[in-house]
Every structure is written in C-alpha cells, then in structure tokens.
Design a protein. Structure first.
Lengths: 434, 434
C-alpha cells in the first residue's frame, strides 16, 4: 500500500490509507487511545481501539517511527478535520527509552545549552522547526530577489592564501606545508566578480576567531552578500536593498505565517514608500535631545543604546521599524570612499531595524591609484591584494555593496535574546558540536 | 540623464540615451571608429565620428569604463539590431595599460595556469563568463527542484569538532587553544536534520586535504547534498534525482542556450522515460564482453575505463547519456546498509553520465544498534558521533541520500579536461589565490 501524507488524508475520507511518521504525542485513556503522528506535511490524530493494537502502545516512546493503516474519518475536533480510525500499527524504527528532553511540548523546558546539546532532538520541537523554516525562506527569498534584480550568484572560496581583510581574528588552517586562512568575508571576491557580471551575490559561511563569550558572537556565521556596479550614490543601493527586504518579508508572509504565529511574533513594520534615511550626525543630535545625554565627544558611530533610541524615533516619526543611517566616521578599511564634502565621514550606511543593525555597506573605491595609496597608508602588504588590485587596474566602475547576516536577521524576526537560538549548529569559543 | 541598459536600446530607436559599460573592443578606422561596449545586459556598438571624440580614443585601453551619450539608430549588421551614433564619450574609470591577457578575444590564448593567475580578467571573457552563468543556474535549479519536491534547505556548519567521517585527508584549524576540522561532507548533519524535516538539502563548501596534483582534485569543492526519509528502496531516491536532473537541464535550456552555443556543446541526452539502471555485477560482465578484457578478480567497483565503456553502452542500448549503476562492493563507511540478499554488496548507487560519475549515494542504516555495532567494528570513536547517534537513538525512519559535485557537473556539461576550468577560484596543493 502506498504512503499517504497526513495533509492529503483530507481528500480520502472514508478510504483506507497508510500513513508514516514519528509518534509525537500519545494519550492513553484505556479503551480509546490517541496518537499524534508527525510527517513532513503536518500532524494527524490516530485512534487506537483494537485490543491487539492497544497492547503495542505499551512499548512505544515518543519518536517511535510508525506505519499506520486505518480508515480516514471526519473529526471536527482536530485541526486537520480528519483522523485515522480502526488503526493498525507497525513499528518501523523503535525507540527504547523516553527522549532526554521533552521536545514534543509546546516549548522545551530547558536552558539553551541543554537545548543545543540535544540539537538533534530539540530541532524536532515544532516551534524550533518553525525558526529554521523561516531561515530557509530568508535564504531563498534573498537569492530570488537579487536574481530578479539581475544579480548573478557565484561561489566564493572559503580557503584564503592570506587573511581576507588584514589579519586580526582570522582562523589559520594547516595547509600541507604552509598556512591557509578561513574567509572573514567575501568582500574582495565579490568586488573582483563585478568586473564580469556587474551585479553579483553570494551566500557563504564566514569565520571570526573572536574570543568573546556573548549572546552576539559566533565563530561561524552566514553572510548574504551582494555587490553592484555603476552606482551613482547610496540611493541606488537602497532601492535594491529595500526590494530585497520587501521580497523576504513577502515570502515569509506567504509561506511562514503559521511559523510566526507559533511564536506570537510579527514581522517588523515596513514603511509605505521608501525607507527613511538620516545621517549619523543628525542621529546623535536627535538622541541627545530625546535622552538628555550629551553627545559631545562621541565619534560618528552608533552605540547599541543609540540604535535603540533612533529605532523608537523611526517608529514615532515615520511609522516604520526601518531606517537608513548614513555617513559614519571615516572608515578604517582601505576600500571605502570618504565623503568628498567632509572627509571625516565615510560613504557608509547601515540599515537599522527595531533598533539594531541588519545590514551594512559602503560605496567602494574604484580607482586603482587610490586603493594602492590607502593600502600603503594602512601599512598593509599590497602583494596580498594582487588579484584584487588586478580587477581595478584594468577597469572597474563606481560600485558599492552590502551584507546581511542570516542568523542576525532570523534572531531579530523572532526577537531572540541570543543568536544561538537562530543558528542550527552554533560554533563559538566553547562549542564545536554537534 | 538616466542610464539605459544596452539591451533596452532597441526600444529607444531615434532617441538620445546614456549607456555605461566596459570597452570590450575598439576598431579605429580613421574617420569612423567603433567601440563595442559591454554591460550586464549585453553588447552594443558605439560609432565615434566626431573629431573631438575621436581624439579621446587614443588613450583608451580595453576595459576602460565609459559613459556614452548618443542617438540610437537601427543597424542591420549588429547582433542587437541597433547602434549608438553621434556618440560623446566620458571616461568613468580609466585604464592606463593594455590588459596582460586578451580576454576580449573569443578564446583566451594562454595556458590554464595563466588564465587562473589572471582570473579577475579572464572571467571577463564572454566564453568564461558563460560557464559560471550556467553554474549559477545549476545551483538555483538544484534548490528549486528539491524545494518543489518538499525538501527544506538548511545551513550545514563547516567547522567541526572532529573529522566528519573518520580522519584521513582532513584539514585542521587552530581553534583557540584546541583544534577544529573542516567539513569533508555534510553527511552526518543532513542525517540529523531528517529527524526534523523528513527531506532536507544543503549546498556547501567541503574540503579534502588530498595531496594530489591531478586534473580532478581540488581541496575545496561545492557539494549539493540531499537526504530523504521513508525510503522503501533505491527507486524512491531515483525518482527524486531524475526530476532534479531534468529540472537543472530545463533551467539551463531556458536561460543559458546562448552560453552552451558559445562553447558548441549540448546537454547530455536524457532518456524519454525513467533512467536505465543496472547492477555493477552486470556492468562488469557487459564491459568484459565488449572489450574482451577479463573482469576476473575485479572488485565490485568501477574503474574509469569501465565507466566510459558502460556510458557508451547506455547510449547504444538505451539512447541516453545517463544510467544508474547500483550495488557496489560493500561500503567502507559505517552508515550504509549492505544488501540483505548478498552482503558482499552495499545498497549504493552512482548516477553515470557520459561515462563518468555525476552523483553517488546510499541507503543509510537507520537502526541505532547497527550503527553502534559498525562504529565499534571499524574501531571509530563513538564519542565523536554522539550528536549523530542521538538522532538515531530517538527514532529515525529508513532513509537515503545523494550528493552532486557542482564543479564536476559544470565541468562535464562543458566537456572540460580539467575541473579548474569549472571553478571560479580553484584551491589545490599549490594554489590559494586569487
């Protein structure tokens, strides 16, 4: 008999079916017993009344993989609207003891470390499953949106001959009789790729050897990066990014509304039209006015409390969770243009959402001589950037780019305190398993 | 004036436009001169006749980034059907010397090492660009096809606490005061993820510390991996894979027919219906008959020459480039079922295309006790597999999976001798740049 997915049972009322899945709940009431069975399409209630079948229930633990044949009947009380009656059970994979965490409860009652130690089981919890279904949608919608805006995907390498952006916090790999380094960002490669496709994107793991024990730091995260040429000013980038954000939210609303509901969260509020934008100088003034704390002596940079305050301001003044903050303090990296009108400012931008940075980017220097100059000024080794500089020496248009952190966005949509809750298999100073 | 993409000039005949792009060709004929300008949408011919403009041509090298204003005119001789006349040139980014490789010729006349050393320029060659446009389509179509078959994408970690599959050929990372290892495959993680989603896939870089100097070996490649539960037999997997292959080819035909034409290659021939399948034992018999070489003493495994011969046979007998070869010699890994009817065989399969392996996979052991047993027999350390075993201890259905190599498929579609030609930034024993 061919397997029927639980969601398709609705179309087979009165018919005999075979469903297969994991036992998610078991309610034993003596003569009448209920199993909730889970498969990839959802849940179904199995009614077990036959004596011979009831006897089998004794040895069943949560997670047991079952094949159940029975008759589909209408059932007004169940979410699906149907249940399986006159059930016969076959154990396809037995479970010999109760799982160490009760993942089949609405929420797992355990601290985060335990939840991560038991990740192969905690991921079976429906709320946790929801998080990574949304994460899958974010990845897909990011790529689809950029493709529709004529960006080409490319595979950026992870193994580097030298540290990608200078040297601090880079992981070293024993590479035969020398060293290699793990990519900290796809920055230089996406710029190289511009010379071939004008608009490119990549989604890749990046690595930071930062010895921080915080709720924000992981050693391996997922970057969603893009780079575009023939940029006249920041607004050309903003148009692209705003479309990406709208497309990601649109996809989540379409596919994951139940997943959001399960956590009782809603997506950040988009503005009706374009996203508001404001220079960091003005942000500091607004925050000073609102909080009464002097901004004197502050660099052109945002402290977390400034981000939170300006986030509130955006909602009050512009009725949206989003705003662009631009023109940060002149950048320390060698590839960003400063503001020609005020060289204390860089041509940089952050997208703030609900009081935290979601994305950052800059207008890049496309002039070969200027890059060489900056590399010398910063006492970097120009040889390390040979391939990169090649692309600029032989013709590169004005260009800019941006970078989202996949885990960060996922975290913020679900309003998690810790980025680990938005990461399937987080890696940090202590954790490399599972 | 707003930029017009070259492909959109067709809609603006008689109008004044601004196009921007790279100078790809320059033909100086004295009074009348032609530039071929490239942007992300294609090429356009620019006619330069004005004396003041002609004077600017002197200093222009290939790759110079130009903004050109002029009038769109019909032009029967050009591929686009229009050209830009009465052109005025503005240099947006200058190039001060001719590029070291002539990437603007139909094919680059240089050996592969030179082409890779100059990758930021060689990728500007239209034929090479084509290769990686096709590669982008393969990635996208692989994901789209699996999503349409109800697979969920997940992000598999690259940093591992212990070697993923045993220990040989693994790269070691200095990880604070201990060691981490780079993923050799997403195998164990995709199996873990099955417990949550039933069908999963991931596309990720994997790493092999093999000291080979061959046309086939790279240290970093891209795996396209999937895993599925409730598999009754191999055929359940084959149905999914055959759809993936058809969807990838369908997408390439739709979007990249010009890219294939440029290389004068065509996609491998698909069968009308299901892909033919054959056991390795029969393959060896057929090859023996066809070549006259005795298969005696051969293990149940395919040598490259066997693959080529059976590839020819598939075309002759089944009119297709594809065939499944199954039941290889009992597997050395601990997670594959052997054939219950003949324990010298494993439940394994390769998809052969044009005489080379495109994909491999196996039916996995879902029984916890059997896995423990195999891990002991192979003298592996069970502690290393703790998280993995957790997933099986608490209920895992019969399952199977498969793995494509992105670079391998790209290579074989274009019939390249060397996998490096199908890799943007190849990494091998010698090469870690650019």
């Amino acid at each position: 008999m061919e397997r029927t997915l639980t969601k398709d049972c609705k179309k087979k009322i009165g018919k005999k079916v075979l469903v297969k899945g994991w036992m998610y709940q078991l309610r034993e009431l003596g003569k009448i017993n209920f199993i909730i069975l889970w498969d990839r399409s959802g849940y179904i209630q199995i009614v077990v009344q036959d004596k011979k079948e009831i006897a089998k229930l004794k040895n069943l633990h949560i997670g047991t993989v079952l094949g159940v044949t029975g008759e589909v009947k209408k059932s007004a009380q169940t979410e699906l609207g149907v249940e399986i009656a006159n059930s016969q059970l076959e154990v396809l994979s037995p479970v010999h003891e109760a799982p160490p965490i009760e993942y089949n409860k609405e929420s797992i009652k355990a601290n985060q470390n335990t939840i991560l130690n038991y990740r192969p089981l905690s991921i079976r919890n429906e709320k946790i499953r929801s998080v990574f279904r949304v994460q899958a949608t974010i990845m897909e919608a990011f790529r689809d949106s950029l493709r529709s805006q004529e960006f080409v995907e490319f595979r950026c390498p992870v193994l580097m001959g030298s540290p990608s952006e200078g040297g601090a916090d880079v992981f070293e790999v024993k590479y035969f009789d020398r060293s290699a380094y793990l990519a900290q960002s796809p920055q230089l490669y996406k710029q190289i790729m511009l010379g071939a496709y004008e608009r490119v994107f990549t989604l890749l793991p990046v690595f930071r050897a930062e010895k921080h024990h915080t709720s924000r730091h992981l050693t391996e995260i997922t970057h969603m990066d893009a780079e575009m040429a023939f940029v006249e000013d920041m607004d050309d980038v903003f148009v692209v990014v705003e479309q990406v954000v709208r497309d990601i939210f649109g996809a989540i609303e379409k596919r994951n509304s139940k997943d959001l509901k399960r956590w009782n969260v809603s997506l950040p509020k988009l503005p009706k039209g374009r996203f508001p934008r404001i220079k960091i100088r003005e942000v500091l003034e607004i925050v000073e006015k609102r909080t009464g704390k002097s901004a004197k002596g502050k660099k052109l940079d945002l402290e977390p409390e400034d981000e939170r305050e300006i986030g509130k301001w955006a909602m009050e003044e512009h009725d949206t969770d989003f705003l662009w903050v631009t023109n940060f303090f002149k950048d320390k990296n060698f590839y960003t243009w400063n503001n020609p009108d005020d060289p204390s400012e860089s041509q940089s931008y952050d997208l703030i959402c609900r009081g935290i940075e979601w994305l950052s980017g800059t207008i890049r220097i496309e002039k070969y001589e200027k890059l060489i100059d900056n590399i010398k000024k910063q006492k970097l080794n120009a040889d390390q950037f040979e391939g990169y500089l090649q692309a600029f020496k032989y013709g590169m248009p004005p260009e800019a780019g941006f970078s989202f952190g996949l885990e960060r966005i996922t975290q913020k949509i679900f309003d998690f305190d810790n980025i680990r809750s938005a990461t399937l298999f987080p890696r940090d100073v202590e954790r490399l398993t599972p």
